[in-house]
Design a protein around this ligand. Structure first.
Ligand code: GDP
Length: 434
């Protein structure tokens, strides 16, 4: 019955779910819901720095690379070409999920694009070295090699999953990469990479993943042509998008809807885009955050919302809901509807504030997302009364406290996005349809 709540979202054969701000919006829970009515769930970007948390009847499950549809026996899960894959991590993640009792059959319910780029030891080392060099200007990467793997893809020296299937091809590709990296690491006084060890480790991982490595784009195009329901699962969020996010504090892939086509091999076609936003804002790592709450309220919000990264455990910075940022991301992603999560967390935080404009350092007021100087922008707020009631058991919009209803309606008014669904707790059934 709960699936009915998302009926509008899945009325088109293809639905794309994106985080509206900087990730961690609760996409895992929403995708878990939508996946129940879907044939294919496809990850189109990011690496194992992303983490989706599902709260299932059997307990909590955190996924890093494997798409969230894996908990539904009938869905085919695809890691698209836009994802960068650490094959050793992926083998470990599959084993952990299997140990939890999940059925994962490579080539049947888990497919990996042969065109997806691979993270190797050189990338991890380069990531940590570059972040250390940045000093105070660090971006806040997770140091897992994701940025360098994407850079090497652009520099045309990357390794692809399909390369792992042929030892000769793998060695040739690795040799070129290792020569380049050793020149770089040597100049930084770091020890050289061991080509033979890297080759052996990657070939072994490739052998393990072999049954799943396919032309995933062709599979998806055929599925789309056959009218199959496809759910495209975004990682991170629109404001971390390489092009449209808060550059340079962004991720190295296209986390907004633009990546959904380039990262899967599906042709552009009409689809529903669902934006996921928390009832407040969070950001992990460095970068501008105009509505950030630095004092006691921010600390309380972090505790109430358990705002610690599911992959790294890093505390998330917390702030008020930012309608400027959400309106911008809604426009860039093409989202026509919002799912607002974590409304339950705002209990007792009244009066509530919504950022509705920014005052820039030169005194100019803007309701648009600036490309520069966001770190010095001051948010302007409207204030609304809060609510003290526990909303976790509420299942109908009209049963929410009046102030909570008014708060959500104010978000709609300022973002120009319709809120279709409200999440009031981590569990599957803690959902309110509109
Ligand atoms: P994702 O990367 O967007 O999937 O987000 P994460 O999984 O990193 O973080 C979302 C966290 O919030 C997870 O621990 C979820 O179980 C939890 N969560 C999701 N929806 C709700 C909600 O409505 N209320 C509360 N309190 N927690 C939620």
């Amino acid at each position: 019955m709960l699936r009915r709540f998302f009926a509008i979202a899945v009325s088109m054969p293809t639905t794309c779910v994106v985080g509206i701000l900087w990730g961690d919006e609760g996409k895992g829970k929403v995708i878990d819901f939508l996946a129940a009515d879907t044939d294919f769930v496809v990850r189109f970007g990011g690496g194992h720095n992303a983490g989706h948390t599902l709260v299932l009847p059997s307990g909590k499950l955190v996924l890093h690379l494997v798409p969230s549809g894996i908990v539904h026996p009938h869905t085919v899960n695809v890691i698209g070409n836009g994802v960068v894959v650490d094959p050793v991590h992926l083998c470990g993640e599959i084993e952990k999920l299997q140990a939890r009792g999940l059925r994962i059959e490579l080539g049947r319910n888990l497919l990996l694009s042969e065109r997806a780029h691979v993270i190797v030891e050189a990338h991890r080392r380069q990531d940590q070295w570059a972040e250390a060099l940045r000093g105070a200007g660090r971006i806040g990467t997770t140091g897992r090699g994701i940025g360098p793997a994407y850079s090497d893809r652009c520099a045309r020296v990357g390794i692809r999953l399909g390369d792992l299937l042929d030892e000769k091809r793998l060695r040739a590709a690795l040799q070129a990469l290792v020569e380049q990296k050793n020149a770089l690491f040597g100049s930084a006084g770091m020890p050289p990479l061991d080509l033979d060890a890297m080759c052996a480790q990657l070939f072994a991982a490739g052998d393990r993943l072999r049954p799943g490595i396919v032309d995933a784009g062709a599979v998806l195009r055929r599925a789309h042509a056959a009218g199959k329901r496809i759910l495209l699962e975004g990682a991170q969020g629109c404001l971390l998008d390489l092009e449209h996010g808060t550059y340079p504090y962004v991720t190295s892939s296209h986390a907004s809807t633009g990546g959904a086509f380039s990262g899967t091999g599906l042709p552009p076609h009409a689809m529903t885009v669902v934006g996921i936003a928390k009832a407040y804002s969070t950001r992990v790592g460095e970068g501008p955050f105009p509505s950030e709450l630095k004092g006691e309220i921010g600390d309380r919000l972090r505790t109430a919302g358990n705002e610690f990264g599911s992959t790294t455990g890093r505390p998330r910075r917390c702030g008020w809901f930012d309608t400027v940022a959400v309106r911008y991301s809604g426009a860039v992603s093409g989202a026509t509807e919002l799912v607002v999560t974590n409304l339950d967390v705002l209990r007792g935080f009244g009066p509530l504030r919504l950022a509705v404009a920014y005052r820039m350092p030169d005194g100019v007021r803007t309701e648009d997302m600036p490309a520069f100087d966001l770190a010095s922008a001051e948010a302007e707020y409207v204030e609304l009364p809060g609510f003290d009631e526990d909303v976790r058991g509420v299942r109908r919009f009209q049963d929410l406290p009046r102030n909570a209803q008014a708060y959500l309606q104010a978000i709609e008014q300022h973002t120009k996005l319709r809120i279709r669904t409200i999440s009031v707790g981590p569990e599957r059934d803690q959902v309110i349809p509109r």
